[in-house]
Design a protein around this ligand. Structure first.
Ligand code: SF4
Ligand code: SF4
Length: 56
């Protein structure tokens, strides 16, 4: 289980700075979450302007 960033991500970068385990990085066209590191804290979803990170 982990959060996953959807295609509506606009690559603003806000979420990466909020992640307590720094598992969000810039990918090709959107930011991506390392599912092996994600703690499901929801901090990324809380700051995202387009609600792109979803709990899977
Ligand atoms: Fe990081 Fe928390 Fe978002 Fe997982 S849910 S990517 S741990 S901020
Ligand atoms: Fe993408 Fe939302 Fe993260 Fe910005 S905060 S990089 S729009 S997932």
């Amino acid at each position: 289980m982990a959060y996953v960033i959807g295609d509506d991500c606009i690559s603003c970068g806000a979420c990466a700075g909020e992640c307590p385990v720094s598992c969000i990085s810039e990918g090709d066209g959107k930011y991506v979450i390392d599912a092996n590191e994600c703690l499901e804290c929801g901090a990324c979803a809380g700051v995202c302007p387009v609600d792109a990170p979803k709990a899977e």
